[in-house]
Design a protein around this ligand. Structure first.
Ligand SMILES: Nc1ncnc2c1ncn2[C@@H]1O[C@H](COP(=O)(O)OP(=O)(O)O)[C@@H](O)[C@H]1O
Ligand SMILES: O=C(O)[C@@H](O)C(=O)COP(=O)(O)O
Length: 426
């Protein structure tokens, strides 16, 4: 299998978001969970998105994992590797966007890396290096309260500089609006000045098309689904995609079984989606203190679900509002509480699958990563889009048999996302 575009995603929801965008823009795409075992039969594709869970791990671990994935992708022919980060630039001063970007660039021989989290379809735009989420600067958006990566600075040149060894520059909208030639000239000037990564503005898809065209001539870029769109369209325009385009219908052949929703995202969007779901299906809100205290809360949740799930889908949620999250974190620490809750929700998910769930929605990036790892799912085919950034996924090579999943980024989806997702899974 020779591929044209490789991607390394820093979390699993982000990987499915990117795979969805690449598919919608004409690339046959598969999402793997880590580097797949050589025995796994993957379909013939144009693009592979390797999902890693490296957004919130020590930077050195993230660099090691991303570097192995990069080597694997290059060995399979990838001329360009996109490091897929969150459209809200989720990271801390310790990383991991800067360290991974620099490591991937070094491995590919250096140069300047284009970096942009812009994803206009979901309201993420970058202007003069500042990230806006909907109408708000990043630091005023709900991301200021993220449980693991609270974002307090919208100036991404500053944010990335704090995480990088080398200088970070800006390619502003004026250069991008002037076209690929102007962007390349700006990159040349910045390279001469010692810059190795640039934040690129982008407001409209046409800006991302320009950036995709420029990025495709370089070995590495860093960005969200918007840059994926630009790269995919540039590849299609280049005439290098030999297939008739990507199809998604086969991925949603019915799998039967029971259905469930597990939520660990504490984003404003997910909290509202849970409230809305409560009008039409049973919802269990886990007690985070009890989850951290021992296995009883997990056992109680499994028993609660067992009593109801044969009658229809249920929701089990650890998700809580910012005040509750802060209280828990002040008692147990930010990372320890996040990790313990992810472990708990992943155990509950695996028990639900053990009891016959084959159609599963997981809300939250880290939450999805923990759940998919516990289920040991090796890869996914990409089905149709449920909401911008969230496709239906079909497992490949799964020990429990075929399943349909939706891995929902915390911030994505309309208020009826859970019912909309299950309506597409049979
Ligand atoms: N009630 C809670 N208190 C503290 N942390 C929580 C709670 N519920 C979930 N979490 C943690 O918050 C984090 C949410 O991150 P994630 O799953 O990536 O969601 P998102 O997609 O919104 O970023 C996870 O580590 C999860 O375990
Ligand atoms: O780019 C995005 O916003 C998403 O693809 C993504 O990475 C979301 O991360 P989580 O909100 O942690 O799921």
């Amino acid at each position: 299998m020779a591929i044209l575009l490789g991607s390394i995603a820093d979390d699993y929801t982000g990987a499915s978001d990117l795979a969805n965008t690449l598919t919608k823009n004409g690339l046959r795409t598969v999402q793997t969970v880590g580097i797949p075992d050589p025995s796994l039969a993957l379909p013939d594709v144009d693009a592979v998105v390797v999902s890693l869970k490296i957004r919130s791990v020590p930077a050195s671990d993230a660099v090691t994992a991303a570097s192995s994935a990069e080597r694997w992708l290059r060995q399979r022919g990838a001329g360009h590797v996109l490091y897929k980060i969150c459209s809200t630039f989720d990271s801390t001063d310790a990383g991991n966007i800067g360290p991974v970007t620099e490591a991937l660039s070094d491995a590919a021989g250096g140069g300047v890396v284009l970096v942009t989290p812009a994803f206009p379809e979901t309201g993420r735009t970058v202007y003069l290096g500042h990230l806006f989420v909907g109408g708000q600067p990043l630091n005023e958006s709900p991301l200021k309260d993220h449980p693991l990566n609270p974002m307090h600075d919208a100036n991404l040149v500053r944010v990335l500089t704090r995480q990088s060894r080398n200088a970070v520059g800006l390619v502003d909208l004026t250069a991008i609006a002037a076209g690929a030639g102007a962007v390349k000239a700006r990159l040349d000037a910045l390279r001469t000045a010692g810059v190795t990564a640039v934040i690129a503005d982008a407001i409209f898809e046409r800006d991302l098309e320009t950036l995709g065209e420029v990025a495709l001539e370089t070995p590495v870029s860093t960005g969200a689904s918007g840059l994926g769109l630009g790269l995919a369209r540039a590849l299609v325009r280049s005439g290098r995609i030999s297939s008739d385009g990507a199809t998604t219908a086969d991925a949603i052949r019915p799998v039967g079984g029971l259905s469930a929703i597990v939520a660990g995202s504490c984003s404003k969007a997910t909290l509202h989606q849970i409230d809305v779901a409560e009008r039409s299906m049973p919802v269990l809100r886990l007690d985070p203190e009890r989850l951290l205290a021992g296995p009883d809360e997990i056992a109680a949740a499994i028993s609660w679900a067992g009593d109801r799930i044969s009658a229809g889908p249920v929701v089990i949620a650890a998700s809580a509002a910012p005040e509750t999250v802060s209280r828990l974190q002040s008692l147990h620490g930010r990372e320890a509480s996040g990790h313990a809750i992810e472990t708990a929700t992943s155990i509950i998910t695996a028990e639900l699958v053990e009891r016959g769930v084959r159609r599963l929605v997981v809300a939250g990036g880290e939450t999805s990563g923990a759940a998919v790892d516990r289920l040991a799912i090796p890869a996914f085919l990409i089905g149709p889009e449920i909401a911008p950034g969230v496709p239906v996924l079909r497992t490949v090579g799964n020990a429990q048999g075929d399943m349909l999943l939706a891995l929902k980024s915390g911030n994505f989806g309309g208020e009826d996302f859970f019912t909309a997702a299950l309506a597409m899974m049979h």
